[in-house]
Design a protein. Structure first.
Length: 374
């Protein structure tokens, strides 16, 4: 499995965690007593009972169906008992009081129904999200990955809030022409984005062994996205494009790279952080719109150097004031770390930079260095 921090909480599971039964009973009794006391003090006890009819509605948003049913029954019992106790003293308003009891029952039944629908929706959302996340985790090979040419380590963290499942992808293939490394990011979120991610991953694992050049490999990936979009259009889903960076690394001192609209790599060597000069083409799926053909760039990758690859979940992390995370500056501040620890340190630092009021997304951060097998 990819290296991930153990989750300390899940926003969706936290949202549907119901209160304990003892807590619920205490809360309902406390509210009831407060309404009764206010009614006695104001001389309008029966009319203030109308406040209690909102208890089932509140319970339907926070509690289980059984707990909401309990609150509904309690509220109905209290309202009916109070109305009947006061009926002999004031018979002139019997119809109003009967309607109050009827309204309490009706709102209670509606609250129980609404609670059931809420829980079913939440369970469906959890099931769909869990299925997508599980598929995404299983298709991504575990880190670290070692070939005869490189050692690739990193951290992958999908953002799992609401219905969002990201489309960040990566893979490493040892081929007859050296090691091919892929990192990419599918446009958009959800199951459709995951489907496009799977299409690119599958095409990469097959074409990396078949195509002798990176340009032909990139063409194969673009064709896979085009086919996926054709199917998506046929089924009514949105079309997607995929930014990608494909590297070819052998035992020579240079790296071949094809950049399809992705964030360029960073080269860390001898205490300096540099950005290799690479032409940036169009994302996968949009090659038919490009004016220029795909080109391969070359740059030095000496022994002892580290390549840092990432998706925009790192570069587009923002603080609460809108400031973007300064990736190169923060890498320079972590040069004392090993390439193994650098991805996790950057991930943690970016999350701390964003804070509670900032903006962050799913992220993949990889480090690539020469393999110890060389």
């Amino acid at each position: 499995m990819p290296r991930r921090r153990p989750p300390t909480s899940d926003p969706v599971f936290d949202a549907i965690e119901p209160p304990g039964n003892a807590e619920l009973v205490l809360a309902v009794v406390a509210v009831t007593l407060a309404v009764e006391v206010l009614g006695v003090l104001s001389g309008s006890e029966v009319w203030l009972l109308g406040l209690l009819i909102f208890l089932p509605a509140a319970a339907s948003a926070l509690c289980t169906v059984r707990q909401t049913t309990f609150v509904t029954g309690w509220t109905t019992l209290v309202v009916a008992a109070t109305v009947l106790a006061r009926a002999a003293d004031d018979r002139a308003h019997w119809l109003d009081r009967f309607l109050l009891v009827l309204l309490t029952v009706a709102l209670g039944v509606a609250s129980v129904y609404a609670c059931g629908r809420r829980i079913r929706r939440e369970h469906e959302m959890l099931r769909l999200r869990s299925t997508a996340a599980a598929m995404q985790r299983h298709i991504l090979h575990p880190l670290p990955m070692v070939t005869d040419d490189v050692l690739v380590n990193g951290v992958y963290e999908p953002l799992q809030e609401d219905r969002l499942v990201g489309g960040d992808i990566y893979d490493v293939v040892s081929s007859a022409w050296g090691t091919r490394v892929l990192i990419g990011d599918v446009q958009g979120k959800g199951l459709a984005a995951v489907g496009a991610a799977f299409a690119v991953i599958g095409a990469f694992r097959e074409a990396a062994h078949r195509e002798p050049t990176l340009t032909a490999l990139a063409d194969a990936l673009d064709a896979a996205v085009v086919r996926h979009n054709a199917y998506a259009e046929h089924t009514g889903d949105d079309e997607r494009f995929v930014t990608a960076l494909v590297l070819g690394i052998d035992r020579g001192g240079e790296v071949q790279a094809v950049n399809c609209g992705h964030i360029p790599p960073l080269l860390v060597h001898e205490g300096a952080v540099t950005v290799p000069e690479l032409d940036s083409g169009v994302p996968l799926g949009l090659a038919a719109l490009a004016v220029e053909p795909i080109t391969v760039g070359w740059f030095d990758f000496p022994d002892g150097a580290t390549l840092l690859l990432s998706t925009d979940g790192l570069t587009e992390t923002r603080a609460a004031d809108g400031t973007f995370y300064p990736v190169e500056e923060r890498i320079a501040a972590h040069l004392d770390l090993s390439p193994t620890g650098l991805p996790q340190a950057l991930y943690d630092d970016a999350r701390a930079f964003a804070g509670h009021g900032g903006r962050h997304d799913d992220v993949a951060v990889l480090t690539v260095r020469r393999s110890p097998r060389r």
